[in-house]
Design a protein around this ligand. Sequence first.
Ligand SMILES: Nc1nc2c(c(=O)[nH]1)N[C@H]1C(S)=C(S)[C@@H](COP(=O)(O)OP(=O)(O)OC[C@H]3O[C@@H](n4cnc5c(=O)[nH]c(N)nc54)[C@H](O)[C@@H]3O)O[C@H]1N2
Ligand SMILES: Nc1nc2c(c(=O)[nH]1)N[C@H]1C(S)=C(S)[C@@H](COP(=O)(O)OP(=O)(O)OC[C@H]3O[C@@H](n4cnc5c(=O)[nH]c(N)nc54)[C@H](O)[C@@H]3O)O[C@H]1N2
Ligand code: SF4
Ligand SMILES: [Mo]
Length: 695
Amino acid sequence: MKTIYSICGMCTVRCPIMAQVKNGRIADLQGNLHVPAMAGHLCARGAAGTALLDDKERPQTPLIRDGARGEGRWRSVSWDEAIDYVAENLKTVMDKHGKRSVALSDRGGPFRDMHRALLRGLGSPNYCNHDASCARNVHHAHLSVTGLGRKDVLYDYAHAHHVVLQMRNVFEAIDVQEVNTLMGALDRGCRLTVIDIRSNVSATKADNFFMVKPASDYAFNLAVIHVLIREHLYDADYVNRYVKDMNELERFIEPYTPEWAAAETGIEAVRLRDFVHQLAKAAPAVIWHPGWMTARYRHSFYVSRSIYIINALLGAIGTKGGLPLVNTPGDAGRKGLKKFMDLYPAPEEKRADGVGWRYTHFDKGPGLTHLLYKAMETDDPYPVKAYIAYRHDPLMGFPEPERLKKIFDRLDLLVAVTFSWSDTAWYADVVLPLSTYLERESVVASKSTLRPYFFVRDRVVEPCYDTLADWEIVGRLARRLGLDELDYESIEAIREFQLADTGVTLSDFSGSGMVHLADAPIYRDRNNLSFKTPSGKIEIISEKLEKSGLDSLLPYEQIAKPPEGMFRLTFGRCALHTQGHTVNNRLLFEQMPENTLWINTAAADKIGITDGERVVVSQNDYSETIMAQVTDHIHPEAVFVVHGFGHTLPVESRAQGKGLADNKFMKGGLDIWDPSGGAMAFQEHFVSVNKIVAE
Ligand SMILES: Nc1nc2c(c(=O)[nH]1)N[C@H]1C(S)=C(S)[C@@H](COP(=O)(O)OP(=O)(O)OC[C@H]3O[C@@H](n4cnc5c(=O)[nH]c(N)nc54)[C@H](O)[C@@H]3O)O[C@H]1N2
Ligand SMILES: Nc1nc2c(c(=O)[nH]1)N[C@H]1C(S)=C(S)[C@@H](COP(=O)(O)OP(=O)(O)OC[C@H]3O[C@@H](n4cnc5c(=O)[nH]c(N)nc54)[C@H](O)[C@@H]3O)O[C@H]1N2
Ligand code: SF4
Ligand SMILES: [Mo]
């Protein structure tokens, strides 16, 4: 029996794992025992990773499209032919439209250096990730308040006394270490408050649960700030030292009393006041989670901003038990990884999505994908004609897939790099099949946290089919495109390049798959914090926002409510599936084959719908059917589904035709986004729900 340390790939959390391998087969898979917060655990999805290996319903060889886009006629080809095809077509596009006409989007994360370097080496600035459909609002909110990115602080559940989850479902939208640490904290008496439109699994563990009216969170939070300030419950020392523009905040917050908020949120003023007192008592060891999937409303950015402001008033930012600052290798006195990206100069060309020049208040690293699609649609500011969807499925993860397909029809080349089928791969010209995470190794990744570390994914078993690892795919493309610096014979040579300056060697990873860069967690001195804003303080008024003509403190305005007889379509995760790509996994499909429509009992009664009945959900002239889950545990204004269902591809025989696809009920949704936070606003759509009428 051999133990191999690796990284789970069933979702983007990337938990450290270990596998026992006997005769080339996996005998056991569990969380990495060297990581205390994993405690050997995996979530259900992580445990179901083995079902990917011999799954015939994933791309098994490189494929080139034979028929029309989306028709599903494929020619199975060799890797040489596929790589030649992609390289030739990329060159043709670049010759005709310039280097900038090539775009690549991915799913973010620590393993992207090589493919980002490839794009940069080609000379295009058009790298995007999925985040405009996920957490960009949170990231930009934190930048605007502290100058730090979303991930420059961590949530220190282990030492927290009160945790607030607002629109954040830790116990179903899972990160194993986070779940285990928060469970441990609750066991030792940490309080939990959940603010949601549903009673989800996290709510079942909460001390306070507020079922707010959908889209009313901003009102709730403004009232919290009002009470903190009016009743002098904030951390005055911390605020005097670190928070700038308190006078403006005090003036702004004046009208937003808990009594005012009650009418918006449906939460009684006395309960809100009591909650704020609980928080103040627990401060500064409090964490009000700023949210993760916040691409929901046009003002979600301001909800996240209000949360960072509350955390600041409670003295929690930079504090043990709150949101301490993470440490880079440099902060631990060590050198970071050498980057392939640095082999090439950053392209001077403007980004097609306008980030950095048309929109100067956004982080231009990954830009904004929906604005890239807009450029593809309009040729403004210039044509984008080749697109590599590198582990990204926008046809499932963005609204209006039919419109997006028309946009993709304007491309000369659409390439999908993926280990599973997806709507986007099915629509592509070429599918480059990646080995599953258990069959491939990765470049060295770096994690900035209290105790920063490097980690690697190692190959657990050999690939079942004719698939390759990322470094092999990127290397072969690079060779064909004249970027020899990215073409390596072995993963070891790649890792040696990355580790060259770090003092870490390959053998250092052998005992646990990771190498820590500090002896223990490092907490910064709370009396000597500095932030990355122009003033070095936490800024309530953001110069960048103001310069762009945007409010720092947005006066409250109600988000449009569903018209009589309609519901707001809301969505989220469940513990058993990851986005859209696990529904067809044999083991997970068995556990949960379809999604259901959560609908409030009183609202269902009005339409005459009973629990378990199939119903029709419609928007304009588009409809799908789904099973109703009639429950008191959702607000009557909303219906809710787990995202990722409603697959239509014939190559996914299990998932095909099961459940409802929420992104198809978002007419006009590609144009609805938050100009201050940058992300999409997916929950501003209404649907009607009706009984199925027999023909
Ligand atoms: N309507 C609606 N839209 C949403 C959401 C929602 O809840 N409702 N959720 C949003 C959120 S939070 C997010 S993060 C996005 C997610 O959107 P995506 O990032 O597109 O979703 P995934 O399904 O994680 O991954 C996309 C594809 O990459 C493949 N893949 C997975 N892992 C790997 C890998 O390691 N390498 C490679 N090359 N391919 C891989 C998958 O098989 C899948 O085909 O969607 C967003 N869009
Ligand atoms: N099992 C599993 N875990 C995952 C993922 C997965 O696909 N599966 N995906 C990962 C990814 S990419 C992400 S982004 C995270 C997402 O993590 P989360 O953002 O925590 O997950 P969601 O379920 O999308 O949404 C959280 C909650 O928001 C609530 N909500 C909806 N509208 C409102 C509202 O107006 N107000 C309030 N207060 N609440 C509202 C929903 O009811 C839901 O309970 O999860 C990650 N972890
Ligand atoms: S949370 Fe689950 S699926 Fe995601 S990486 Fe961890 S074990 Fe894998
Ligand atoms: Mo996400």
